[in-house]
Write a protein that binds this ligand. Structure first.
Ligand code: 13P
Ligand code: SF4
Length: 344
């Protein structure tokens, strides 16, 4: 097993911190965003975790996989990605001819920071014949070293179609990896010990406390969460309701929300998700499993920085060709799984 030293999450550059913390955008900023997007022939994509007001002004809101697919199929000449840097890089890989902009290039990801390309090359050297599955929460340089990518909504399908005659390296999220290993039964799957500081912070204690307070609630749990494994174990012992416990990507949560009929649902993921869930179903009250589960990188897409992005055409995301070619291959292979005629 490989242990990694978890680096401190990358922090925003001082200039961006100033803009991030600056005065609120003027009233009517949404109209300016829409007008500037039209002038630039830009599509605005937003991840489910960004600020509610950014979700509301975007053309599309979704999970990593849905936004990747949109980036691959858009006819707009510019993609403005309100999310984190690796997501915008993925959009650039899939749409190399288009300009990809982010409100700030400082929006990193603590999970992606747990592995870099030299570390992955070292791990591959320990398992020379292994097939490498990289979660999209990785840099383009790491994707370039992988055979295929996955997101939380397709990780099980991707591992299910991976070659059976080679050992499998799964990176970088240990909790998602454990979930996929459990569902696919792949015993020869080696898992990188990375984690997202936000999801790892949602603990089994949070689940116990909230379930005691809301015993009839539905449970929506992202597989990156520190509580996912114990929640499933507790469904096995009867301590949690199996029929009301759902392990889902953010897109899976949004798809399930309109079908829920209970009064309350407890949501174990980044708190930005609650906005889309509340929009999808006003009968059910969606409550966070841990209200402190907020990703500071996702919250860097502020109205001010989105306006700056559209006015000044910055920050642009680029990927050098020697990295882009192999990284694109791994992302496109993922996109093909589940699409008509897709698979390995
Ligand atoms: P999804 O793929 O479920 O959107 O998750 C992305 C992410 O960053 C989880 O923290
Ligand atoms: Fe990365 Fe975690 Fe933020 Fe998702 S919530 S972008 S995995 S730091």
């Amino acid at each position: 097993m490989t242990l990694v030293d978890l680096p401190a999450p990358s922090l925003p550059a001082p200039a961006d911190v100033a803009a991030f913390a600056g005065p609120g955008a003027a009233p009517g900023w949404q109209d300016e965003v829409r007008a500037l997007a039209q002038q630039r022939n830009a599509i605005v994509l937003a991840h489910n975790y960004v600020l509610p007001e950014i979700q509301d002004v975007a053309d599309h809101v979704g999970d990593s996989l849905a936004l990747s697919r949109l980036a691959a199929s858009t006819e707009a000449s510019t993609i403005v990605f309100c999310g984190v840097h690796f997501m915008a890089e993925t959009a650039k890989l899939l749409s190399p001819g288009r300009t990809v902009l982010v409100p700030t290039a400082a929006a990193g990801c603590s999970l992606a920071d747990t592995i870099d390309a030299p570390a992955l090359r070292g791990w591959k050297a320990e398992h020379p014949d292994a097939y490498v599955v990289a979660y999209v929460n990785t840099s383009a340089a790491v994707k370039a070293e992988a055979d295929i990518c996955c997101t939380s909504s397709n990780a099980v399908d991707i591992v299910a179609v991976a070659p059976r005659d080679r050992p499998l390296l799964f990176l970088p999220d240990a909790f998602l990896g454990a979930h996929v290993k459990r569902l696919t039964g792949r015993e020869d799957m080696h898992i990188w010990l990375g984690e997202c500081h936000v999801h790892a912070g949602i603990s089994p204690t949070d689940v116990r406390k909230q379930v005691a307070a809301y015993p009839d609630a539905e449970l929506l749990i992202h597989p990156e969460c520190g509580c996912a494994t114990s929640a499933l174990w507790l469904t096995g012992t009867g301590d949690l309701p199996a029929e009301r416990t759902h392990i889902l990507s953010t897109g899976g949560m949004a798809a399930l929300a309109p079908r829920l009929t209970g009064a309350t649902a407890l949501v174990a993921t980044e708190v930005g998700m609650l906005h889309q869930l509340a929009r999808a179903n006003s009968r059910t009250t969606f409550l966070p499993m841990n209200p402190k589960a907020s990703c500071r990188y996702m919250k860097m897409s502020t109205p001010q920085l989105l306006l700056r992005c559209l006015r000044e055409g910055r920050d642009e995301v680029t990927v050098p060709d020697d990295v882009a070619v192999p990284a694109r291959r791994a992302v496109q292979k993922m996109i093909a799984v589940g699409a008509p005629g897709g698979g390995e």
